[in-house]
Design a protein around this ligand. Structure first.
Ligand code: GLN
Length: 195
């Protein structure tokens, strides 16, 4: 199975390492043409405004709409989750707008810019050590979105069909289970009829 990590800015090598640890071939994706080679894509953490601008500049904004329509899974972590969201609190525009949720950027405030907690994630047996860095939160989800994890009563992981979004950084641990979960999604959607 071959998957990619969008490599315009942010934590790319770390995702590649864990995807490979979880059993996939993983490549950095810098050009739209590479999307044809892969069955799933990770949108890494970083700075969502910067990645969003670069995505437009290189044509990923439209190419990823197509990738999504082909039912190829996309996994956004942190800034990547913001890129996926239909709505971003306090702003009247979005990036890809693919996932039916409203997110808030830097939602934990200055006091808690970065922290770690053990999280119970649906579909992953035993707690996962979650590293949060200036993380966004999911404020609201649509009916078709499945909440996978919450922290302090607020949503930090969710799935909608072939889209996965999480607030934290599994690529900063040695635990490949979240990446493994994503690869199972990719497996599930391989060969799915496209419209
Ligand atoms: N705060 C960043 C943003 O809003 C996301 C942080 C991250 O990806 N670690 O884009």
């Amino acid at each position: 199975m071959k998957v990619g990590v969008l490599a315009l800015q942010g934590a790319v090598a770390e995702h590649i390492r864990l995807l490979e640890q979880a059993g996939a071939d993983a490549i950095p994706v810098k050009k739209v043409s590479q999307l044809a080679e892969i069955q799933g894509l990770v949108l890494p953490g970083g700075e969502s405004t910067t990645i969003g601008k670069l995505m437009k500049q290189y044509g990923f904004d439209t190419a990823l709409q197509q990738f999504h329509q082909e039912k190829k899974p996309i996994f956004g972590t942190c800034a990547g989750m913001i890129l996926l969201a239909k709505e971003i609190a306090g702003q009247d525009w979005n990036h890809l707008g693919l996932m039916d949720m409203k997110v808030e950027r830097n939602a934990f405030g200055r006091q808690r810019e970065s922290f770690e907690v053990d999280l119970d994630i649906k579909g992953i047996p035993e707690d996962f050590r979650a590293v949060f860095i200036r993380a966004p939160l999911i404020l609201e989800v649509g009916k078709n979105v499945d909440v996978l994890a919450s922290h302090d009563g607020q949503i930090v992981a969710a799935r909608q069909d072939h889209l996965l979004a999480i607030s934290f950084h599994p690529e900063l641990t040695d635990d490949e289970r979240v990446h493994g979960y994503f690869l199972e999604m990719v497996q599930e959607y391989r060969g799915v009829e496209t419209v």
